[in-house]
Design a protein around this ligand. Sequence first.
Ligand code: GAL
Length: 844
Amino acid sequence: MVRGRKIEIVSFLLLQIVVAATAANVTYDHRALVIDGKRKILISGSIHYPRSTPEMWPDLIQKSKDGGLDVIETYVFWNGHEPEKNKYNFEGRYDLVKFVKLVAKAGLYVHLRIGPYACAEWNYGGFPVWLHFIPGIKFRTDNEPFKAEMQRFTAKIVDLMKQEKLYASQGGPIILSQIENEYGNVDSSYGAAGKSYMKWSASMALSLDTGVPWNMCQQGDAPDPIINTCNGFYCDQFTPNSNNKPKMWTENWSGWFLGFGDPTPYRPVEDLAFAVAIFYQRSGTFQNYYMYHGGTNFERTSGGPLISTSYDYDAPIDEYGLVRQPKWGHLRDLHKAIKLCEDALLATDPTVTSLGSNLVASVYKTSSGSCAAFLANIGTESDATVTFNGNSYHLPAWSISILPDCKNVAFNTAKINAATESTTFARQAIKPNADSSEELGSQWSYIKEPIGISKADAFLKPGLLEQINTTADKSDYLWYSLRVDIKGDETFLDEGSKAVLHIQSIGQVVYAFINGKLTGSGNGKQKISLDIPINLVTGKNTIDLLSVTVGLANYGAFFDLVGAGITGPVSLKSAKSGSSIDLSSQQWTYQVGLKGEDTDLGSGDSSEWVSKSPLPTMQPLIWYKTTFDAPSGSDPVAIDFTGTGKGIAWVNGQSIGRYWPTSIARNDGCTDSCNYRGSYSANKCLKNCGNPSQTLYHVPRSWIKPSGNTLVLLEEMGGDPTKISFATKQTGSSLCLTVSQSHPAPVGLWTSDSKILNKTSPVLLLKCPVSTHVITSIEFASFGTPKGTCCSFSHGRCNSPRSLSVVRKACVGSRSCKVEVSTRVFGDPCRDLVKSLAVEASCS
Ligand code: GAL
C-alpha cells in the first residue's frame, strides 16, 4: 500500500513537471495551425476518456503515439461531470485533468471539444437530463436559461484547465478547443434564434480567453476568428470560410457505431487511408480519426435510441485496447509518409496537374528545392500507370501514392505493408469447477423483482405519461399499471377466443404482464405497436406494462424532446365482437425504476439474496448474483452473455452496461468482402447479419480482483445466467500478409538519403506482436500469383518452388523477419507477370 502510494506521488509530481513546460503560442494561417511560429502537419485521433478506464489510458495514449498521432481529441461529457446540478464529478473515468496530463506526459497535444453538446452516441448527447427541467429552457437556441447553463459549464471547464495550466498558452498540451458541435447541420430548424445562438456561442467561447484557437465543426458561417472545420467520411473537397483559416478535419469516421438490432459496420483501411491522403494532398493540415479508440458505453451512458454497449467503431485500436491490424499499422505507415513530406507541404500551396482522366498529381515544391508529390487515382474501376517527371508509376484504382522526394513512392494507400494479426477469444467458464448444471445453478443466488407496483413512491395519474419527463432518466424503467374489473357478462372474456391488448409506445422496449404473467413484448427505436392476445378473468385483472429506455436520443434538431415510453393509445379489443375500450385516459399507477435499483442490488451487498435450488431461469425480472475468480492471464476480459435475454450487469458494483444478446442484427446488407473502391457510407460495409448484434461485453481488468469478485445481473426478459462465460481476447498467434513486386518498400526503411531508397525492393516484414513470442512455423508461403485473402491463401497458377524454404529460413525462430520480394530471391516462376509473396505465419 505504502509503496503504491509512493509511486502515485512520484508519478503525480512527474505529471506536474511535464505539464509545467514552457508556454507555446498557438495561432493559425491559411495553411495550418502555427505553434511557436511554425506551421504544423497534425494527425489526431479521438479517445473518449469515460469509454475506458484510467488504468487503460496510458497504454491507449502510447499506442496512439506509436501509431503516429500528434494530437488526442476528446469531447467533455457534461452529464458525467455534473450528474446533479452543481454537484461535480471529476473522478475515476471522469478525471479529465488526469487524462489531459497523461496525454501531455506522452508528448502529445490535446484538442478539447467542450461542446458542451457532444452528440457522440452518448446519452442525451452529453446534456444532463436535469437541464430539461429548468423552467422555460430550450436547448441549443437563443434562450436565456439554456445559455446561462451552457456558459456556466463551459467556463467551469475552461477555468479548470487554466487552473491546472493545461492550455498551450500556459505550457500545457491543449492547442485547440471546440464550442458547440455540428450545429450547422441543424441550425435552420431553429430559425433566426439559431443564428443568434450560434453567434452568441462563438463570442461566449472567445470571451473565456483560453489563449488558443477555437473551432466549430460543420458550421460554415462560424464567425472569425473561430475556425470552421469539416466532419465526414471525406473532407478533401472542404474549404474553410476564410482565406486566413486552415483546412481542418475534426471527424474522419474510421468506421461507424453499432446499434442493437443492427449489423456491424466496418471501414476498409485502404479507403480510410485514401480519404486521409487525399485530404493532405488537397492542402489539409489537420485531420482527426473519429474514433482512434472507441471503447465501451459503460453504465447507462450509451446514446440512442438503441446504441449498443460496445463503441468499438472499427477503430485502429479496438474496444479492448488492442491494436487492430492491419488498420493500425497501415495508418502508422501513412502518417510516416505524410510526415516525410512535412517541410514541403507546409512551405507552399500545391501545383495541381491532371495526369489523365481521374488521375491527379499535386506537387509541393519549395524555393529551397524540397519537393513532395501526391499522385491520385480517384477512379473506382481501373488501375492506371502514369508518367510523372519522366518516371512511370502504378496507381491502383481509388488510391494515392505519396512521393516525399517527388520521385520515390514511400506509400500507396491500397498497398498494405502491415501484416494482419489474428485475434481470438479464449473461452473460460465463470465457474470452472462446476460440472453439472445443478452444481452450476447452486453457485448463483437470486432475488425476484416484483411484477408491477412495489415501491412506496408509486403515484397515480390519469392518462399515459411520456417516460423521460416522468423518470428524469434516473432509471431505464417505468411501470404503467392498471386494474381492470371485468364483469361476468363482458365481451372481453371472449370464451374460446382471446381479448387483444393493443399498446403503442414511442420506445424502446415494452413488456406486458397480465395478471402477473409476461404475455407479450416488443421493441423499436421510435414506434412500437403491439397487439397481444390475452386471457382475462372475471373480476380484477392487472395490466402491468414495463417500459424500458435504451439510451436517450443524441442527435438531430430538438432531439431533447423526442421522448420515450407508452404514450398510447392502449386499448382492449374483443377479438370476437370487435368492440374495444380505450384505456389511455384511465387512472394509471406509475413507478419510476425498480425496487432492486432503490436497494442497490447491483452492488451485490443485500442480505436478501436467495440461494435455494433450483435456480429459477427463463423467467422475467430476476436479479442474479454469483462470485468469480479473475480469468487467468492478463488479456482483456469480456463476458459472453449468450443464454441470457436483456438487462444490466455489474461487476464489483461497477456497471458494465446494458447487455442484450437476444437483439439480432437485421439480415440484410452484409458483405464478406467489401469493395473499398468508391465512396464509403455507413451502410456500405456490414458484417454479422442475422446474428446477435452484441454478445461480448467488456469488463476492464482493473475492475476485477484475483478472487472473490461479484457479478450481478438484472435479467428483464428471462434467461439462464449459468450459460454465460468469460472470453479473453488474445492477439497475434497468427500473422499474414501479401506484398507484391509493385509495393513500395516499407516506409520505415526510408531515410532522408534517397539513394538508399532507389535500391530497396519491396520487402515483406513480419513481427510477432507479443514481445516474448517467436515465429514458430510458416503455414503458407507462395511467391507467384497466390490467391485468397488473409488468412485463407491458396496457390495460384504460378508459384516459386523455393517459396516455403526461403521464408522458413528467414523467419522461423525469430520474433521478426524481412524477406525481399523479388525474383533475385525466389527465381522467376512466371515471366512478364507482377508477382506477389503471400505468407501466413504462426507465433508462440
Ligand atoms: C457526428 C457527431 C459525433 C458522432 C458521429 C457519429 O455527426 O459529431 O459526435 O455522433 O456523428 O458517430
